[in-house]
Design a protein around this ligand. Structure first.
Ligand code: FDP
Length: 284
């Protein structure tokens, strides 16, 4: 990750500022909506400004695009990296004091799944933790009392796990999806779903396995989670951690992107659970 070190340092600096903002900043709603139509919280906007200001001083960054904005921004002509980020995923959970996170996908040449080369996410929970993936390994770091990030361990998934984390509105699930989730519970899987993608996926990674799903459904046939900011960064992490990430059949990193805010149905998990998804989705 050597040539990405400046970016990693920038993310660390931004994360410490965002941590302070979450703890002490204004939690109210703004007057603005983002391009997906969500009313932005003042925390979303302030986190976005923190990250953009810090990335603006990193010469290796060519372009950035934020989940909170409509357009790609051009930073440094000679930069090599393109970064798509969600400054504060699950921000509405701050009000009820649940964990939230920031997600960063680092791309080369173009924003699409085939070009993602690294990803980082930061969980703001009882502790602040950062997970870094360079496509070869997945490393966990934890923020210390002096705001430094201490390496804890590499994250590797087992072949199977216990957690089932099923997203989207149940009454909108297609029958094959409903059958799959119900059969998994009958087989002994345990429900875990906080409504924040970052802590929900972090839980599976730290527990060594399970399944997180946000499927296509009758209300949202292409799912809800955004490819560039949420889906591809976690797909790289799950694949590198010896699990997998699919859209129901194929690898999520093969899903084409035609617009920066495109979404995709998505399934992240350990290998046994991803095989279960393939089996039920082949039957549909
Ligand atoms: P949120 O809308 O609260 O920002 O990215 C969107 C996200 O949260 C994910 O973090 C989370 O997994 C998902 O939406 C939750 O969606 P549902 O409310 O439909 O369960």
């Amino acid at each position: 990750m050597d040539n990405l070190n400046d970016i990693l340092e920038a993310i660390k600096t931004a994360s410490i500022q965002i941590q302070h903002l979450i703890a002490h900043g204004d939690k109210g709603k703004s007057e603005q909506q983002n391009s997906t139509g969500d009313t932005q919280l003042k925390l979303d906007i302030a986190s976005d400004v923190i990250i953009e200001d810090i990335f603006a001083s990193v010469p290796s960054i060519k372009q950035i695009v934020s989940e909170e904005q409509d357009e790609i921004k051009y930073l440094h002509d000679n930069g090599e990296y393109l970064i798509a980020y969600d400054p504060l995923d699950g921000s509405s959970l701050v009000d009820v004091n649940l964990a939230v996170g920031s997600i960063y996908g680092i791309y080369k040449n173009d924003f699409n799944g085939a070009n993602i080369i690294a990803s980082v996410y930061v969980v703001f929970g009882p502790r602040v933790e950062m997970v870094v993936c360079d496509g070869k390994k997945v490393e966990l770091f934890r923020v210390q009392s002096d705001n430094s990030f201490k390496y804890i361990k590499d994250l590797v998934l087992n072949q199977t796990g216990k957690i089932n984390s099923p997203g989207s509105t149940q009454q909108c699930w297609y029958p094959h999806h409903k059958a799959m989730i119900e059969d998994m519970f009958k087989d002994g899987y345990i429900l875990s779903y906080s409504g924040g993608m970052v802590p929900d996926l972090h839980h599976i990674l730290l527990n060594g396995g399970g399944l997180f799903s946000y499927p296509g459904a009758t209300d949202k046939p292409k799912g809800k989670l955004r490819q560039l900011f949420e889906v591809f960064p976690f797909a790289l992490i799950f694949q590198t951690a010896k699990g997998d990430a699919i859209d129901g059949q194929k690898s999520l990193l093969e899903v084409p992107t035609t617009h920066i805010h495109d979404t995709a149905p998505c399934f992240f998990g350990s290998n046994k659970e991803i095989d279960i998804v393939k089996k039920y989705y082949a039957k549909r």
